[in-house]
Structures are given as C-alpha cells and as structure tokens.
Design a protein around this ligand. Sequence first.
Ligand SMILES: *[C@@H]1O[C@H](CO)[C@@H](O)[C@H](O)[C@H]1NC(C)=O
Ligand SMILES: *[C@@H]1O[C@H](CO)[C@@H](O)[C@H](O)[C@H]1NC(C)=O
Ligand SMILES: *[C@@H]1O[C@H](CO)[C@@H](O)[C@H](O)[C@H]1NC(C)=O
Ligand SMILES: *[C@@H]1O[C@H](CO)[C@@H](O)[C@H](O)[C@H]1NC(C)=O
Ligand SMILES: *[C@@H]1O[C@H](CO)[C@@H](O)[C@H](O)[C@H]1NC(C)=O
Ligand SMILES: *[C@@H]1O[C@H](CO)[C@@H](O)[C@H](O)[C@H]1NC(C)=O
Ligand SMILES: *[C@@H]1O[C@H](CO)[C@@H](O)[C@H](O)[C@H]1NC(C)=O
Ligand SMILES: *[C@@H]1O[C@H](CO)[C@@H](O)[C@H](O)[C@H]1NC(C)=O
Ligand SMILES: *[C@@H]1O[C@H](CO)[C@@H](O)[C@H](O)[C@H]1NC(C)=O
Length: 587
Amino acid sequence: MRLQILASLLLYLDCSQADTLTNPALPGFHPDPTCIFVAELNNTFFCTTSTINWFPSLPIYASRDLVHWKLVTHAISRPEQLPIWNYNNRGSSGIYAPTLRYRDGTFIITCTHASQALPDANLTKWDNFILQTKDIYGEWDDPVHYYAPGIDPSPFWDDDGVAWITSTFNGSGVVHAPVNLTTGEVTLPYRWLWIGSGFVTPEAAHVYKKDGWYYTLLAQGGTRERHQVTMARSRNFLGPYEGAPNNPLLTAYNNTKSYFQAVGHVDLFQDAQDQWWAFEWPEGEFPIFTNVSGTITGDFKLPQPSGPETVPAEGNGQLVDADDDFDFAPGSQIPTHFLHWRPPITKNYRVSLEGHKNSLALRSSMLNLTGFDGDSTNGRGQTMITRRQSHTIFKFSAEIDWSALSRDSEETGITLFQDQSQHFEIGVIYRSSLEPRNLTAGSLYLLPPNDFGPIALTTGPLPAGPAKPYIRFGGIGITQYRLREQDTWIEKLTEMPEEWIGLKLRFQIEAVNTTHYSFSAGAAGRSDEGLRTFGYTEGRFIVPIFSGATVGAYATSSGRYGEGAFESYISRWKYTGIRQVIDQPDS
Ligand SMILES: *[C@@H]1O[C@H](CO)[C@@H](O)[C@H](O)[C@H]1NC(C)=O
Ligand SMILES: *[C@@H]1O[C@H](CO)[C@@H](O)[C@H](O)[C@H]1NC(C)=O
Ligand SMILES: *[C@@H]1O[C@H](CO)[C@@H](O)[C@H](O)[C@H]1NC(C)=O
Ligand SMILES: *[C@@H]1O[C@H](CO)[C@@H](O)[C@H](O)[C@H]1NC(C)=O
Ligand SMILES: *[C@@H]1O[C@H](CO)[C@@H](O)[C@H](O)[C@H]1NC(C)=O
Ligand SMILES: *[C@@H]1O[C@H](CO)[C@@H](O)[C@H](O)[C@H]1NC(C)=O
Ligand SMILES: *[C@@H]1O[C@H](CO)[C@@H](O)[C@H](O)[C@H]1NC(C)=O
Ligand SMILES: *[C@@H]1O[C@H](CO)[C@@H](O)[C@H](O)[C@H]1NC(C)=O
Ligand SMILES: *[C@@H]1O[C@H](CO)[C@@H](O)[C@H](O)[C@H]1NC(C)=O
C-alpha cells in the first residue's frame, strides 16, 4: 500500500502556538505531488499528481486549510487531449511527473507522457507537453507538445519575465532552455543546470528564487526506497550551481523506520503567511526539511480560511478521502473520481439502462485484467472501473447481477488492481472444465521489450461440455522484485452454492489489517455476517512501481466471443474508509 504525503513545516514566523498537521494530505495513489498557492482565488492551494496509465489524468485537488482536499477537475479529462495514448504503451507508461504553476491568471502544467514500448530514438517515446487553463475548476485546453529531449519538465520565470523550462537529460542531470509556453517552442541547445549530488537518476528539477539566490531542487535515487531530495544554488540564473553541503536534504533511504517511503518527487510552495510548505527555509540559507511523519507538531500555523469553507464550492468532485455510496440512479453521472486503465471505450459503461435501473452496465471486454501489456484502446481495452484505495483499512463492496453470463470464460466481479501484473479478484466465472488455464499468458514482465506485434487473444479451442458458474478468487502479483515466483499467482474456483444461483451477489474486498486483504461474497442485500471469505492476498503482492492500489468492478470473456460478449450490472457501490495508519505499527 502506498500512501502519498505532503510534508510540511514553516519558517521564522512569530507563532504563539504550535499547530499539528496530519499526513498523508493526499492519501493513496498520489505520487509526485506538485502544488501552488493562489491568493487571487480566495487563498486556495491546488495540487496535482502523476497518474501513469490511469484516466482521467492529472487530478486537480483544492484546499484552503491544507487539511481538506477536494477533487475539483482533471487537467486531462478528454481522450482526444492525448491521442498518442492509443499507441501500444506499456503498463508503466502514461502521465509522469507534472509541474503545476500559476502566472498572470493562467494555470500551467508541464508534463511528460511516456510510451515505454517505443525505441529510445523515437522522440515521441517521451512526449513533453504543456497544458493551460484560465479556469482551474473547468476543462483544460488541449496540450501543446514539444519534441525536445528529456523528461520531467518544469517552468521557471526569471525576473526579466522570460520563461525557461527544465528537463531531465539522459538520466545524467538537469538542463534548461527558454520556452514559449504558448507554442511549445524551446530555444535549444539546452544549457546544463546541475548534474546532481552524485547519486543516480537526478530528475524532476524545479527552480525557485529566494533572497537573491536561484535554487534548484532535484529528486535522486529514483522515486522508490532510495529517493532523496537534493538542492543546489547560484547567485546567477545560468549558474554554476553549487550543491548544498548536507545533501540529501530529505530522504527515507537509510531511515527504514520511516512509515512514509517511496512517494515520488517533491515540490515547494508558499502560503499567505509566507510559510514555505514541505520545510523550513531560513533567510539566505538552504532550507531545512522537516522529516516526514504521520503527525507533525511544530512552530507553524496551518492556514486559516477567511470564510467557513475549507475547500472551494467550485469543482465537480468529492473530498480526496471521501467514502462512496452510489446507486447509479437514472440521470446520474459516473462519479469523476472513478478511474479507467488507459482511456476508456465509453460505450462499455452505461448508467441505469432500460430494464436495469439503478445500476452501472459493464459491457465485457475480450481482454481480462492481466491481458497483454501494450494492448490499448485501438478497439480493445479492459472493461474495468475503479477508485483509489484511500485508507489503509477500508471495505469496498458492490452487488452484481450476473444473470447474462452462460459460456466458458465469461467472468465478472470486483478487483483490487495496481496494474496488469498485480491484481486480485473475487467474482463469478463460467467454466466447462476445471483443467488449469495458463494464468500468466500476457502480463507486463513476460513480454520482451519493444515487441508489440499483433497478439492473438484466444488460447486454443473451447473445452467441450456445458459451462457451470463458480465463485472465482484469483489474481497475479508479479513485480520486478518477484518475477515468476511460484506463489505469486493463484486461482481458486468454488462451485456456486445452490442457494446463490439466480440471485444477485454482493462481493467485498476488505483490508483486514495492515498486511492482508480479504475477498468475500454472499447473496445481495445481506449484512456482512452473510458474507463468506474465499481468499486473502497480501499487500506485498500489490507493490506500486509508480502508481498505487485501486478497487472496482470488471467484466471479461478472457479472449473469447468478441467484444461485448455479455453485460453485467453493478449496483450499491460502497467504499468505506475505516482507518488511516500513519505510524509504524510497532512504534
Ligand atoms: C471567493 O469565495 C466566495 C464565497 O465562496 C465566492 O463567492 C467568490 O466567487 C470567490 N472568489 C473567487 C475569485 O473565487
Ligand atoms: C515514433 O512512434 C510513433 C508512434 O508509434 C510513430 O507514429 C512514428 O512514426 C515514430 N517515429 C519514428 C521517427 O520512428
Ligand atoms: C545521451 O545518452 C546516449 C546513450 O547513453 C549517448 O549516446 C548520447 O551521446 C548522450 N547524449 C548527450 C548529449 O550526452
Ligand atoms: C509565443 O509565441 C506566440 C506566437 O508566435 C507569440 O505571439 C508570443 O509573443 C510568444 N510569447 C513570447 C513570450 O515570446
Ligand atoms: C545510505 O547507506 C549507504 C550504505 O551504507 C551509503 O552508501 C549511503 O551513502 C547512505 N545514504 C544516505 C543518504 O545516507
Ligand atoms: C531527520 O532524520 C534524520 C535521520 O534520522 C536525522 O539525521 C535528521 O537530523 C532529521 N532531520 C531533522 C530536521 O530533524
Ligand atoms: C503460458 O503463457 C506464457 C506467455 O505466453 C508462455 O511463455 C508459457 O509457456 C505458457 N505456459 C504454458 C504451460 O502453456
Ligand atoms: C492479518 O490478517 C491475516 C488474515 O487473517 C493474518 O493471517 C495475519 O497474521 C494478520 N496480520 C497481522 C499483522 O495482524
Ligand atoms: C486472460 O486471457 C488470456 C487470453 O486472452 C488467457 O490466456 C488467460 O488464461 C486469461 N487469464 C485468466 C486469469 O483467466
């Protein structure tokens, strides 16, 4: 489970009283936060985060107190904004390392869309783009692409008003060049900014100016366990930049007791009281980062909203850690915090169809949730709709009408999904024989790199005989760390209990403690006591590479009968956050 934090502590304000901040600010799958403070919009803070392969992308969260965060919109909400996404792209591709900024009434995001399957020589492999809007609560413009080398772009305006853009170059340091943010024209060649403090993969640079110094802040060591925040500064914008004497300024690398780890890049912003968030920043000195923990008490003041609202009234989403209780009533919309793996085929998700009021109809896909890496929405995709796991301990359940299933391999249920190689399900499946199937066909790490020819979806002739329904608990947990270990995939089929045949079923995924998830099923409409547990999986099988865990519903025919072989109907979608664990259980 991955919890994303926003670390904070302030500076030299004369505070009579200490405040306490609770982390994480944006819980769950929210890597690489980038945040700004906009005084002109009622002193509101805005953040966005990396979304990798999920759609809609680049959620914009707003807060007036740094405690409550509301989803107000997504900067990428229309598949047409990034048609390149439809190329074969690996599960680890997608939207990486955004930077959010505000200048002269315009909001700007600079970002990279990665298509990991393309060869390095193809510049669209790292598609850098700029997004703008004047209305942060509404739709964003189409992106302006620029094909200059590097990734993780971040804009900075020097005192003369000229915009520059940084880029992580060749994995060996950070470069920058002037940019026209309207046209995307970058005035090459790049100039070197800083090569970092010597540790691997210096990236995701941001530039700030304070007290006559230009500072640059980098992520080094990758975004996972070895992640380190380093800084350098110069009196001259063009350098040379000199590293802080005590780099790294923040890391959980050699402090393995830190509960919050591997959360991605860092960014800094300043509030109405001139407090710098993410750390304390003495005048004329390098900043001192507060170590990140679940509760931070210190000599700082949390912002006091001038009105009663802790979040803006504008925007179409809910609080980042709000529960779900949805009936998909006629005329209602699919909630904006629901997610798809790559841009969706929208006709596969319909609310309250005639004859199926108060449900979400899922039209099945041929691809199952493992599918084949690199397969995308060129006519195919995984029929799946999820939301983030926002609490350490939670329950998620949905009722499913599975009456339209009848043929071997037809399957519908709910999933705990991190990516195509790490997901576990409980659902209904039809099978005509219990011969073991090849569960690892497809999947992220089993295909050779850059090998994305046409892939045959079907795997041999159908077994003979009539198919019967089973409760299926199964999944796969292959990561770079545990490639093909025998215990990382599982499929357990239980003959459908007689008394459940012909009924809608309720499925539930629950984090029972900090290490285990349970998967259960029962007749719809009953209480928890009526649910039977069919299996457990461990958090270590859902390890984020860049993203995080989600829960939701799916429908697939695993390679047979074409797209839309059947429909299933999802109702009473409930997610209940129970507890946020913010400290090491033994501390
Ligand atoms: C500030 O908040 C008030 C009250 O919620 C609202 O009427 C006004 O439009 C807001 N102003 C801006 C610039 O968002
Ligand atoms: C780069 O990849 C894109 C998408 O596959 C393709 O359309 C384009 O032709 C490629 N460009 C080069 C120079 O190979
Ligand atoms: C970038 O890296 C590639 C591969 O290591 C190398 O061939 C190329 O010369 C490098 N370019 C620069 C400008 O350092
Ligand atoms: C950016 O390019 C546009 C179109 O050529 C031009 O109108 C604008 O003045 C340029 N902006 C800057 C800051 O140079
Ligand atoms: C962490 O420990 C390793 C191994 O002892 C050491 O090489 C490295 O310098 C340490 N890094 C930090 C940031 O303390
Ligand atoms: C953060 O933790 C590290 C490792 O425990 C410690 O060396 C450092 O002094 C701490 N930083 C602050 C500002 O307390
Ligand atoms: C299962 O599928 C994988 C990937 O297609 C293949 O490498 C493997 O040989 C298959 N195993 C069996 C037992 O068919
Ligand atoms: C969590 O629950 C599972 C399943 O009941 C159990 O096997 C495991 O020991 C529990 N772990 C902890 C840390 O309590
Ligand atoms: C997923 O679908 C492929 C065919 O597209 C099939 O080979 C594989 O067995 C399926 N996996 C599961 C878990 O059903």
